[in-house]
Design a protein around this ligand. Structure first.
Ligand code: N2P
Length: 366
């Protein structure tokens, strides 16, 4: 009996050792799939230098593209960054592994103002951690817009959704995000409907708004507008806050006389949250935790926001943020501005096909 007991104890210790070994035997690599123009690449180099873990970094500019891959499975990715609405239904579909909080000591740095909002998508924040958040608004070329319309309604969605206004800018180039899940709510909000409506008769109303301005849109794309704005190739874009601010900086650096500005319009704009998560079939889950924990370091997170001009969900990072970042209301909105921002919830099985159909139709211009 005594022997048997000792045997079992030994076997148990052996198993534990094996588990520890397989942990440390994970290949020294982490495969990250994040949005384009969303990090200071020095961060990746510094992580590699410190940990010896190579970062294979791949980018996307569409939640739909990420979702298609995740639902098919076996992406090979260890860390992915869907927005809250998409993350939520991906969690329900069993796409992600629960985070092991013991491997994430820097969770202490996170900001309850953000984490209390992201629980709407990920109850208990069990599967995800906020990377960055921002708004969806308008980027414009100050000079070109003024030239064409001296009294342009710069702080209103009329800039894009009023056909008589946007028609004036068609010649200098108007881009729109290729994101039906954001543009349909924006169109609904513009006509006074609930942007988060799941009622298909309400959602259908967005089609007429978008169809009316379709002739004036040069391109639907979710990342090319940064350079297009910066180079002066277009004069108006629906875009993501930090991306437009990056365009502003690229223009200033190029000293090309282009002045770019961002506005989250008065009628309200979408506030979204991009969340780091680990696919259930990630090949290197331990490295994924190490990577996420590294990103959650106050200095690292601040370095990322200082570079891409998006706000983050990390309170400890705030004392390391550049003055022009923490004080810019386009990045960290004032409490009053925050009240004008709306959030959305995921489309369900009934509403998603309607959104997809409208969006495909609008883009095709038929
Ligand atoms: C990064 C854009 C990410 C914002 N360029 C959209 N979730």
């Amino acid at each position: 009996m005594k022997h048997l007991f000792r045997g079992a104890a030994l076997a148990f210790a052996g198993l534990a050792l094996l588990a520890a070994c397989s942990d440390s035997e994970e290949d020294k690599v982490v495969n990250v799939y994040n949005w384009s123009d969303y990090i200071d690449e020095d961060i990746l180099k510094e992580f590699e230098k410190e940990t010896g873990i190579k970062v294979v970094y791949d980018v996307f500019d569409s939640n739909d593209v990420l979702e298609t891959k995740l639902l098919a499975g076996k992406t090979g990715y260890d860390v992915v960054v869907p927005s809250g609405t998409f993350l939520s239904r991906q969690i329900s579909a069993g796409v992600f592994a629960k985070l092991d909080q013991e491997q994430l000591p820097n969770l202490k740095n996170m900001w309850d103002v953000v984490s209390s909002r992201t629980i709407a998508y990920d109850p208990g924040n069990a599967y995800s951690i906020n990377y960055m958040w921002g708004s969806t608004g308008l980027g414009y070329n100050v000079g070109k817009i003024k030239e064409r319309m001296s009294d342009a309604p710069l702080t209103s969605w009329k800039m894009i959704f009023d056909p008589a206004v946007v028609a004036k800018f068609a010649d200098c180039g108007v881009y729109m995000l290729d994101a039906g899940d954001e543009m349909i709510p924006a169109a609904l909000n513009y006509i006074g409907e609930n942007p988060d409506s799941k009622d298909i008769t309400v959602i259908a109303k967005a089609e007429a708004v978008l169809a009316a301005i379709r002739p004036f849109i040069r391109k639907f794309h979710s990342s090319e507008y940064i350079d297009a704005l910066a180079n002066g190739d277009i004069c108006l874009a629906v875009g993501w806050s930090g991306d437009v601010l990056q365009a502003r900086d690229r223009a200033a650096e190029a000293k090309n006389g282009v002045e770019v500005a961002y506005i989250a319009p008065d009628e309200g704009a979408l506030m979204w949250f991009d969340q780091m998560a680990i696919p259930a079939d990630a090949p290197h889950p331990t490295n994924a935790h190490k990577f996420i924990d590294y990103i959650m370091r106050a200095e690292v997170m601040a370095k990322a926001s200082n570079y891409v001009y998006f706000a983050n969900g990390n309170l400890a990072s705030q004392k390391h943020l550049n003055e022009d970042v923490i004080t810019d209301p386009a990045i960290y909105p004032t409490p009053a501005a925050l009240k004008t921002l709306y959030t959305t919830t995921p489309y369900d099985l009934k509403s998603q096909p309607v959104v997809t159909r409208i969006w495909t139709k609008v883009k095709s211009g038929q």
